[in-house]
Design a protein around this ligand. Structure first.
Ligand SMILES: [Zn+2]
Ligand SMILES: [Zn+2]
Length: 353
């Protein structure tokens, strides 16, 4: 399912299955989570999207072919393919252990074809093992909502925690925070009783609208919603020295606000992407804390519906796409010539990228 132009629906395209390069693996996609970033890719809200592109960066796949230089995995292994697809390894950020900020990073489902597909190719060095306790569809949202959410969670520091936007990431982070004995406040769209009830069922201390103030000043807040107006709201909710972490890749403009909201050594920061060390650490946490990812599955060819439901806020937890699971071919399908064939466009369901 590919995005051909900003703002247009995804189309079901038929493409040849790619051969993995020396350091890559070919995976059969078992499940792929739907992330808000995919909406930003589809809507053209991120710079320089190389359309047409296959979105999807929460891939759970089964290894079908190994590049000649891959020794980390075996055929048949279940792996996760996250957002961080490639880094240069030599820029100042990479050398300082900040590969999440690499100047030449490439990202799955944004600048590299992703997992809204039956097959995906990924650099094996950036793939990860996902805990076996999770099914394929449960594991998919761990790859971004969980993993990048966890980087934001660590950036927020200790103490009571406010979560603005209670979707795929927040519902996982809330479970980790509660397991660690923290007080969790869930802020949803005003009037979204279903999301507030969902948060309460997960055991949060308090759930209400983002137009409500918490009963006590928070130690930290994470803004998952792509709504800049929530930044001053969250700042007003944290105590002195409190920290507000913006966890999304895109956000509407932050309105101006009085300096007194920042005064008292409060801070605002963003969290960008992930490192492989983040992935390893988070997967250990996910193996130890029995998370219960709330997922709603959609067939791959219903990707547009899944994105629509996410856009409208009609999901509890995460949407996950599931490709049709047909027996794998014994031989890889390679294009007959070196020139990539033009994609065919058919009605949804007729062919799948
Ligand atoms: Zn994501
Ligand atoms: Zn780099």
């Amino acid at each position: 399912m590919r995005v051909h132009a900003a703002g247009s629906p995804l189309l079901a395209d038929q493409l040849p299955v790619r051969e993995p390069g020396a350091l890559q693996i070919l995976v059969r996609v078992l499940a792929c989570g739907v992330c808000r970033t995919d909406l930003h890719v589809a809507d053209g809200e991120l710079p320089a999207v190389p359309y047409p592109i296959v979105p999807g960066h929460e891939i759970i796949g089964r290894v079908e072919r190994l590049g000649s230089g891959v020794s980390r995995f075996r055929i048949g292994d279940r792996v996760g393919v996250p957002w961080l697809g490639e880094t240069c390894g030599v820029c100042g950020y990479c050398r300082r252990g900040l590969e999440n900020l690499c100047e030449r990073a490439r990202f799955t489902g944004y600048t590299l074809d992703g997992g809204y597909a039956e097959y995906a190719v990924a650099d094996a060095r950036y793939c990860c093992i996902v805990p076996s306790r999770y099914s394929d569809v449960q594991a998919a949202p761990l790859l971004c909502a969980g993993l990048i959410g966890y980087r934001a969670y660590r950036a927020a520091g200790e103490g009571s925690l406010g979560l603005y936007g209670f979707g795929a990431a927040a519902h996982l982070l809330a479970q980790i925070a509660l397991a660690e004995g923290r007080t969790v406040f869930a802020f949803t769209r005003p009037g979204d009783d279903a999301a507030q009830q969902f948060a309460r069922e997960l055991g949060v201390t308090w759930a209400g609208g983002s137009d409500e103030a918490p009963s006590e000043p928070l130690d930290a807040a994470i803004v998952f919603a792509a709504v800049g107006a929530l930044v001053p709201v969250a700042l007003a909710a944290v105590r002195k020295r409190g920290r507000v972490v913006c966890a999304g890749i895109h956000m509407s403009d932050i309105p101006s606000f009085p300096y007194r909201l920042l005064w008292g050594e409060r801070s605002i920061c963003s969290v960008a992407n992930l490192t492989r060390a983040d992935a390893a650490e988070f997967m250990q946490v996910a193996a130890a804390v029995p998370l219960e990812p709330s997922v709603e599955t959609f067939p791959l060819d219903q990707a547009n519906l899944a994105l629509k439901r996410l856009r409208e806020g009609h999901l509890q937890g995460a949407a996950v796409l599931v490709p049709p699971q047909v027996p794998a071919p014994t031989q890889p399908q390679v294009p007959p010539s070196t020139a990539p064939p033009a994609p065919s466009r058919g009605p949804p369901g007729a062919a799948r990228a």
